[in-house]
Design a protein around this ligand. Sequence first.
Ligand SMILES: *Cc1c(COP(=O)(O)O)cnc(C)c1O
Length: 397
Amino acid sequence: MQIYMDNAATTKMSRAAIEAMLPYMEEIYGNPSSLHSVGQRAGEALIAARERIAGCLSCDPEEIIFTSGGSEADNQAIISAARIGEKQRKRHIVSTAFEHHAVLHTLDRLKEQGFEITLLPVHEDGLVTAQQVSEAIRPDTCLVTVMYANNEIGTIQPIAQIGAVCRDKGVLFHTDAVQAAGHLHIDVRAQNIDLLSLSAHKFHGPKGIGALYAKRGVRLTNLIEGGMQERGRRAGTENIPAIMGMAAALTEACGHIDDSAAKISALRDRLIAGLSEIPHSVLNGDGECRLPGNVNFCFEGIEGESLLLLLDDKGVYASSGSACTSGSLDPSHVLLAIGRPHEIAHGSLRLTLSEETTAEEIDYAIRAVKETVEYLRGISPVWRDLLNGTRQFVTAE
Ligand SMILES: *Cc1c(COP(=O)(O)O)cnc(C)c1O
Protein backbone atom coordinates (compact mmCIF):
# COMPACT_ATOMS: atom_id res chain seq x y z
CA MET A 1 0.00 0.00 0.00
CA GLN A 2 1.13 3.52 -0.79
CA ILE A 3 -1.10 6.02 0.90
CA TYR A 4 -0.45 9.71 0.42
CA MET A 5 -1.96 11.61 3.34
CA ASP A 6 0.08 14.80 3.18
CA ASN A 7 -2.13 16.95 0.96
CA ALA A 8 -1.68 20.02 3.17
CA ALA A 9 2.04 19.96 2.29
CA THR A 10 1.36 19.60 -1.40
CA THR A 11 -1.01 17.79 -3.74
CA LYS A 12 -0.64 15.62 -6.80
CA MET A 13 -1.33 17.56 -9.98
CA SER A 14 -4.67 16.87 -11.61
CA ARG A 15 -4.87 15.53 -15.17
CA ALA A 16 -6.72 18.70 -16.20
CA ALA A 17 -3.94 20.90 -14.82
CA ILE A 18 -1.20 18.93 -16.60
CA GLU A 19 -3.10 18.97 -19.88
CA ALA A 20 -3.73 22.70 -19.60
CA MET A 21 0.02 23.28 -19.29
CA LEU A 22 1.37 21.18 -22.14
CA PRO A 23 0.40 23.39 -25.11
CA TYR A 24 2.18 26.33 -23.46
CA MET A 25 5.42 24.37 -23.29
CA GLU A 26 5.20 22.73 -26.70
CA GLU A 27 3.60 25.16 -29.16
CA ILE A 28 2.52 28.40 -27.54
CA TYR A 29 5.81 29.09 -25.80
CA GLY A 30 5.93 32.77 -26.70
CA ASN A 31 6.55 35.63 -24.31
CA PRO A 32 3.25 37.43 -23.71
CA SER A 33 5.09 40.76 -23.98
CA SER A 34 6.17 39.95 -27.57
CA LEU A 35 4.28 41.59 -30.41
CA HIS A 36 4.31 38.58 -32.77
CA SER A 37 1.53 36.04 -32.87
CA VAL A 38 3.20 33.30 -30.78
CA GLY A 39 3.60 35.85 -28.01
CA GLN A 40 0.14 37.26 -28.49
CA ARG A 41 -1.43 33.82 -28.21
CA ALA A 42 0.33 33.37 -24.88
CA GLY A 43 -0.90 36.84 -23.91
CA GLU A 44 -4.49 35.89 -24.71
CA ALA A 45 -4.18 32.74 -22.61
CA LEU A 46 -2.89 34.86 -19.73
CA ILE A 47 -5.95 37.10 -19.92
CA ALA A 48 -8.28 34.10 -19.96
CA ALA A 49 -6.51 32.47 -17.00
CA ARG A 50 -6.74 35.67 -14.96
CA GLU A 51 -10.46 35.91 -15.72
CA ARG A 52 -11.07 32.34 -14.61
CA ILE A 53 -9.17 32.77 -11.36
CA ALA A 54 -10.99 36.04 -10.63
CA GLY A 55 -14.28 34.25 -11.29
CA CYS A 56 -13.45 31.66 -8.61
CA LEU A 57 -12.89 34.41 -6.01
CA SER A 58 -15.69 36.77 -7.14
CA CYS A 59 -13.34 39.63 -7.97
CA ASP A 60 -12.26 41.42 -11.15
CA PRO A 61 -9.36 40.14 -13.26
CA GLU A 62 -7.52 43.45 -12.69
CA GLU A 63 -7.46 42.61 -9.00
CA ILE A 64 -5.34 39.45 -9.48
CA ILE A 65 -1.58 39.41 -9.78
CA PHE A 66 0.44 36.27 -10.29
CA THR A 67 3.26 35.44 -7.87
CA SER A 68 5.68 32.57 -7.36
CA GLY A 69 3.40 31.02 -4.74
CA GLY A 70 1.68 31.53 -1.42
CA SER A 71 4.78 32.76 0.41
CA GLU A 72 5.43 35.56 -2.07
CA ALA A 73 1.76 36.58 -2.06
CA ASP A 74 1.77 36.74 1.76
CA ASN A 75 4.97 38.81 1.77
CA GLN A 76 3.70 41.24 -0.85
CA ALA A 77 0.27 41.66 0.75
CA ILE A 78 1.67 42.41 4.21
CA ILE A 79 4.51 44.64 3.07
CA SER A 80 2.15 46.61 0.82
CA ALA A 81 -0.31 47.20 3.68
CA ALA A 82 2.58 48.24 5.94
CA ARG A 83 3.83 50.79 3.38
CA ILE A 84 0.31 52.19 2.99
CA GLY A 85 0.00 52.38 6.79
CA GLU A 86 3.36 54.07 7.24
CA LYS A 87 2.28 56.99 5.06
CA GLN A 88 -0.62 57.58 7.47
CA ARG A 89 1.63 57.06 10.53
CA LYS A 90 -0.13 53.81 11.29
CA ARG A 91 2.39 51.23 12.38
CA HIS A 92 0.36 48.61 14.20
CA ILE A 93 -0.62 45.21 12.77
CA VAL A 94 -2.99 42.60 14.19
CA SER A 95 -2.43 38.92 13.39
CA THR A 96 -2.56 35.57 15.18
CA ALA A 97 -0.04 33.32 16.88
CA PHE A 98 -0.69 30.39 14.54
CA GLU A 99 -0.12 31.92 11.10
CA HIS A 100 2.12 30.30 8.51
CA HIS A 101 5.78 31.34 8.72
CA ALA A 102 5.41 33.27 5.45
CA VAL A 103 3.23 35.65 7.49
CA LEU A 104 4.98 35.44 10.88
CA HIS A 105 8.48 35.98 9.51
CA THR A 106 7.31 38.92 7.37
CA LEU A 107 5.81 40.43 10.51
CA ASP A 108 9.13 39.87 12.34
CA ARG A 109 10.85 41.85 9.62
CA LEU A 110 8.37 44.70 9.97
CA LYS A 111 8.85 44.67 13.73
CA GLU A 112 12.55 45.32 13.19
CA GLN A 113 11.48 48.31 11.10
CA GLY A 114 9.48 49.80 13.96
CA PHE A 115 6.04 48.24 13.51
CA GLU A 116 4.15 47.00 16.53
CA ILE A 117 2.62 43.56 16.08
CA THR A 118 -0.24 42.12 18.15
CA LEU A 119 -0.47 38.33 17.77
CA LEU A 120 -3.87 37.25 19.01
CA PRO A 121 -3.89 34.13 21.15
CA VAL A 122 -5.77 31.21 19.65
CA HIS A 123 -8.42 29.36 21.67
CA GLU A 124 -7.88 25.72 22.49
CA ASP A 125 -10.32 24.80 19.68
CA GLY A 126 -8.01 26.44 17.13
CA LEU A 127 -10.21 29.46 16.45
CA VAL A 128 -9.91 33.21 16.86
CA THR A 129 -13.03 35.36 17.06
CA ALA A 130 -14.03 38.55 15.30
CA GLN A 131 -14.47 40.08 18.74
CA GLN A 132 -10.81 39.43 19.59
CA VAL A 133 -9.86 41.17 16.34
CA SER A 134 -12.21 44.06 17.06
CA GLU A 135 -10.75 44.58 20.54
CA ALA A 136 -7.18 44.50 19.24
CA ILE A 137 -7.70 47.15 16.55
CA ARG A 138 -6.34 50.59 17.54
CA PRO A 139 -6.46 53.98 15.82
CA ASP A 140 -2.95 53.29 14.46
CA THR A 141 -3.74 49.79 13.13
CA CYS A 142 -2.99 49.54 9.39
CA LEU A 143 -3.59 45.83 8.81
CA VAL A 144 -5.34 42.75 10.13
CA THR A 145 -3.96 39.48 8.74
CA VAL A 146 -5.71 36.27 9.80
CA MET A 147 -5.38 32.99 7.93
CA TYR A 148 -8.49 31.49 6.34
CA ALA A 149 -7.78 27.93 7.44
CA ASN A 150 -4.82 26.69 9.43
CA ASN A 151 -2.38 24.45 7.59
CA GLU A 152 -1.58 22.22 10.57
CA ILE A 153 -4.83 21.76 12.44
CA GLY A 154 -7.24 22.71 9.65
CA THR A 155 -9.47 25.04 11.65
CA ILE A 156 -11.49 27.53 9.59
CA GLN A 157 -11.60 31.08 10.91
CA PRO A 158 -14.71 33.34 10.85
CA ILE A 159 -13.41 35.27 7.86
CA ALA A 160 -16.63 37.10 6.88
CA GLN A 161 -17.12 38.34 10.45
CA ILE A 162 -13.51 39.49 10.73
CA GLY A 163 -13.88 41.16 7.32
CA ALA A 164 -16.96 43.02 8.55
CA VAL A 165 -15.10 44.26 11.65
CA CYS A 166 -12.20 45.50 9.49
CA ARG A 167 -14.53 47.23 7.06
CA ASP A 168 -16.37 48.98 9.92
CA LYS A 169 -13.10 50.14 11.45
CA GLY A 170 -11.52 51.09 8.13
CA VAL A 171 -8.55 48.71 8.46
CA LEU A 172 -7.13 46.65 5.59
CA PHE A 173 -7.81 42.91 5.88
CA HIS A 174 -5.49 40.26 4.44
CA THR A 175 -6.13 36.53 4.63
CA ASP A 176 -3.71 33.73 3.81
CA ALA A 177 -6.20 31.49 2.00
CA VAL A 178 -3.62 28.99 0.77
CA GLN A 179 -5.32 26.06 2.53
CA ALA A 180 -8.81 27.28 1.68
CA ALA A 181 -8.68 28.10 -2.03
CA GLY A 182 -10.19 25.31 -4.09
CA HIS A 183 -11.50 23.62 -0.93
CA LEU A 184 -13.92 26.18 0.53
CA HIS A 185 -16.18 28.80 -1.07
CA ILE A 186 -14.47 32.18 -1.22
CA ASP A 187 -16.18 35.45 -2.14
CA VAL A 188 -13.85 38.36 -1.47
CA ARG A 189 -16.62 40.94 -1.89
CA ALA A 190 -19.16 39.31 0.40
CA GLN A 191 -16.44 38.53 2.96
CA ASN A 192 -14.91 42.04 2.86
CA ILE A 193 -11.43 40.77 2.06
CA ASP A 194 -8.95 43.39 0.76
CA LEU A 195 -5.95 41.13 0.17
CA LEU A 196 -5.87 37.34 -0.26
CA SER A 197 -3.09 34.84 -0.99
CA LEU A 198 -3.41 31.49 -2.72
CA SER A 199 -1.06 28.84 -4.06
CA ALA A 200 -1.69 26.37 -6.89
CA HIS A 201 0.10 23.33 -5.49
CA LYS A 202 -2.35 23.10 -2.58
CA PHE A 203 -5.27 22.45 -4.95
CA HIS A 204 -3.76 20.02 -7.48
CA GLY A 205 -2.01 22.67 -9.57
CA PRO A 206 1.73 23.09 -10.18
CA LYS A 207 4.30 24.24 -7.61
CA GLY A 208 5.94 27.65 -7.77
CA ILE A 209 2.87 29.60 -8.82
CA GLY A 210 0.31 31.51 -6.81
CA ALA A 211 -1.80 34.62 -6.86
CA LEU A 212 -2.45 37.70 -4.81
CA TYR A 213 -5.87 39.32 -4.91
CA ALA A 214 -5.68 43.02 -4.06
CA LYS A 215 -8.89 44.99 -4.01
CA ARG A 216 -9.01 47.87 -6.47
CA GLY A 217 -7.44 50.94 -4.86
CA VAL A 218 -5.10 48.99 -2.55
CA ARG A 219 -1.70 50.01 -3.85
CA LEU A 220 0.78 47.15 -3.95
CA THR A 221 4.49 47.55 -3.20
CA ASN A 222 6.79 45.70 -5.57
CA LEU A 223 8.99 42.97 -4.16
CA ILE A 224 10.59 42.36 -7.56
CA GLU A 225 11.59 45.25 -9.80
CA GLY A 226 12.07 45.02 -13.53
CA GLY A 227 9.68 44.98 -16.46
CA MET A 228 6.08 46.08 -16.55
CA GLN A 229 4.48 42.64 -16.17
CA GLU A 230 1.45 42.38 -13.86
CA ARG A 231 0.68 46.06 -14.42
CA GLY A 232 4.08 47.01 -13.05
CA ARG A 233 3.51 45.29 -9.69
CA ARG A 234 5.50 42.10 -10.21
CA ALA A 235 8.30 42.03 -12.76
CA GLY A 236 9.51 38.93 -14.61
CA THR A 237 8.30 37.01 -17.63
CA GLU A 238 5.04 35.31 -16.67
CA ASN A 239 5.20 31.56 -16.04
CA ILE A 240 2.46 30.87 -18.57
CA PRO A 241 2.39 27.05 -18.33
CA ALA A 242 2.12 27.22 -14.53
CA ILE A 243 -0.52 29.95 -14.69
CA MET A 244 -2.57 27.83 -17.11
CA GLY A 245 -2.18 24.82 -14.82
CA MET A 246 -3.28 26.88 -11.81
CA ALA A 247 -6.34 28.28 -13.62
CA ALA A 248 -7.38 24.79 -14.75
CA ALA A 249 -6.87 23.31 -11.27
CA LEU A 250 -8.77 26.08 -9.52
CA THR A 251 -11.67 26.02 -11.98
CA GLU A 252 -11.90 22.25 -11.61
CA ALA A 253 -11.73 22.39 -7.80
CA CYS A 254 -14.23 25.23 -7.51
CA GLY A 255 -16.62 23.35 -9.78
CA HIS A 256 -17.23 20.64 -7.16
CA ILE A 257 -16.42 22.12 -3.76
CA ASP A 258 -19.62 20.89 -2.10
CA ASP A 259 -19.48 17.32 -3.43
CA SER A 260 -15.84 16.97 -2.65
CA ALA A 261 -16.18 18.48 0.84
CA ALA A 262 -19.04 16.09 1.64
CA LYS A 263 -17.08 13.09 0.43
CA ILE A 264 -13.75 13.99 2.04
CA SER A 265 -15.19 15.12 5.37
CA ALA A 266 -17.00 11.78 5.75
CA LEU A 267 -13.62 10.03 5.37
CA ARG A 268 -12.03 12.54 7.74
CA ASP A 269 -14.62 11.79 10.40
CA ARG A 270 -14.09 8.04 9.99
CA LEU A 271 -10.36 8.57 10.48
CA ILE A 272 -10.92 10.81 13.51
CA ALA A 273 -13.26 8.23 15.06
CA GLY A 274 -10.71 5.45 14.49
CA LEU A 275 -7.75 7.33 15.93
CA SER A 276 -9.77 8.59 18.91
CA GLU A 277 -9.89 4.96 20.11
CA ILE A 278 -6.17 5.16 20.87
CA PRO A 279 -5.84 5.80 24.63
CA HIS A 280 -4.29 9.11 25.67
CA SER A 281 -4.78 10.71 22.28
CA VAL A 282 -6.31 14.08 21.52
CA LEU A 283 -7.64 15.67 18.35
CA ASN A 284 -6.09 19.07 17.68
CA GLY A 285 -8.53 21.73 16.49
CA ASP A 286 -12.30 21.89 16.50
CA GLY A 287 -13.99 18.76 15.15
CA GLU A 288 -16.57 20.59 13.01
CA CYS A 289 -15.07 23.89 11.98
CA ARG A 290 -12.19 22.31 10.09
CA LEU A 291 -11.03 21.66 6.55
CA PRO A 292 -12.71 18.60 4.99
CA GLY A 293 -9.37 16.81 4.62
CA ASN A 294 -7.55 17.64 7.86
CA VAL A 295 -6.89 15.26 10.76
CA ASN A 296 -4.36 16.18 13.44
CA PHE A 297 -3.74 14.26 16.65
CA CYS A 298 -1.35 14.24 19.57
CA PHE A 299 -0.43 10.88 21.08
CA GLU A 300 1.06 11.06 24.52
CA GLY A 301 4.39 9.41 25.28
CA ILE A 302 5.82 9.24 21.74
CA GLU A 303 7.83 11.36 19.30
CA GLY A 304 6.09 12.49 16.11
CA GLU A 305 9.27 11.97 14.09
CA SER A 306 9.58 8.28 14.97
CA LEU A 307 5.91 7.79 14.21
CA LEU A 308 6.37 9.32 10.75
CA LEU A 309 9.33 7.13 9.90
CA LEU A 310 7.58 3.92 10.91
CA LEU A 311 4.42 4.95 9.06
CA ASP A 312 6.56 5.59 6.00
CA ASP A 313 7.76 1.98 6.24
CA LYS A 314 4.12 0.91 6.16
CA GLY A 315 3.48 3.09 3.09
CA VAL A 316 1.55 5.83 4.91
CA TYR A 317 2.90 9.26 4.02
CA ALA A 318 2.03 11.76 6.73
CA SER A 319 3.45 14.75 8.49
CA SER A 320 3.90 16.06 12.00
CA GLY A 321 3.10 19.74 11.96
CA SER A 322 3.98 21.51 8.75
CA ALA A 323 6.53 20.59 6.10
CA CYS A 324 8.40 23.78 6.93
CA THR A 325 8.94 22.97 10.61
CA SER A 326 9.57 19.25 10.34
CA GLY A 327 13.30 18.74 10.39
CA SER A 328 13.57 21.04 13.40
CA LEU A 329 13.20 19.61 16.87
CA ASP A 330 11.05 22.48 18.16
CA PRO A 331 7.44 21.54 18.63
CA SER A 332 4.96 23.18 16.29
CA HIS A 333 4.16 26.83 17.08
CA VAL A 334 0.56 26.06 16.12
CA LEU A 335 0.17 23.32 18.74
CA LEU A 336 1.82 25.52 21.36
CA ALA A 337 -0.53 28.38 20.34
CA ILE A 338 -3.59 26.24 21.11
CA GLY A 339 -2.10 25.44 24.49
CA ARG A 340 -0.76 21.93 23.97
CA PRO A 341 2.08 21.34 26.43
CA HIS A 342 5.54 20.66 24.95
CA GLU A 343 5.50 17.02 25.99
CA ILE A 344 2.46 16.16 23.88
CA ALA A 345 3.07 18.70 21.09
CA HIS A 346 6.10 16.55 20.16
CA GLY A 347 3.88 13.55 19.56
CA SER A 348 1.74 15.05 16.81
CA LEU A 349 0.57 13.53 13.56
CA ARG A 350 -1.14 15.29 10.65
CA LEU A 351 -2.96 13.24 8.03
CA THR A 352 -4.46 15.27 5.18
CA LEU A 353 -6.79 13.66 2.66
CA SER A 354 -7.76 14.37 -0.93
CA GLU A 355 -10.48 13.41 -3.40
CA GLU A 356 -8.45 10.32 -4.22
CA THR A 357 -8.45 8.98 -0.65
CA THR A 358 -10.55 5.84 -0.26
CA ALA A 359 -12.32 4.22 2.71
CA GLU A 360 -9.89 1.27 2.44
CA GLU A 361 -6.97 3.64 2.80
CA ILE A 362 -8.57 5.22 5.86
CA ASP A 363 -9.01 1.82 7.51
CA TYR A 364 -5.45 0.81 6.65
CA ALA A 365 -4.13 4.09 8.06
CA ILE A 366 -6.10 3.64 11.29
CA ARG A 367 -4.60 0.17 11.77
CA ALA A 368 -1.11 1.36 10.89
CA VAL A 369 -1.24 4.29 13.32
CA LYS A 370 -2.68 2.16 16.12
CA GLU A 371 0.01 -0.50 15.74
CA THR A 372 2.79 2.02 15.47
CA VAL A 373 1.71 4.09 18.47
CA GLU A 374 1.44 0.90 20.50
CA TYR A 375 4.89 -0.25 19.40
CA LEU A 376 6.54 3.11 20.12
CA ARG A 377 4.92 3.34 23.53
CA GLY A 378 6.22 -0.14 24.28
CA ILE A 379 9.81 1.05 23.88
CA SER A 380 9.34 4.58 25.25
CA PRO A 381 10.89 5.47 28.63
CA VAL A 382 8.45 8.38 28.84
CA TRP A 383 5.49 6.05 28.46
CA ARG A 384 6.94 3.76 31.16
CA ASP A 385 7.20 6.75 33.51
CA LEU A 386 3.62 7.71 32.72
CA LEU A 387 2.43 4.21 33.49
CA ASN A 388 4.34 3.90 36.77
CA GLY A 389 3.26 7.36 37.89
CA THR A 390 6.69 9.07 37.83
CA ARG A 391 5.16 11.43 35.27
CA GLN A 392 1.60 12.71 35.04
CA PHE A 393 -0.60 12.18 31.98
CA VAL A 394 -1.80 15.38 30.32
CA THR A 395 -4.49 13.67 28.24
CA ALA A 396 -7.49 11.62 29.30
CA GLU A 397 -7.68 7.82 28.96
C1 LIG B 1 1.73 26.12 1.78
C2 LIG B 1 1.32 27.36 2.50
C3 LIG B 1 1.95 28.58 2.24
C4 LIG B 1 3.11 28.71 1.31
O1 LIG B 1 2.75 28.53 -0.03
P1 LIG B 1 3.91 28.24 -1.11
O2 LIG B 1 3.20 28.30 -2.41
O3 LIG B 1 4.44 26.89 -0.80
O4 LIG B 1 4.91 29.34 -0.96
C5 LIG B 1 1.49 29.70 2.89
N1 LIG B 1 0.46 29.62 3.78
C6 LIG B 1 -0.16 28.46 4.04
C7 LIG B 1 -1.31 28.45 4.99
C8 LIG B 1 0.25 27.29 3.42
O5 LIG B 1 -0.37 26.15 3.71
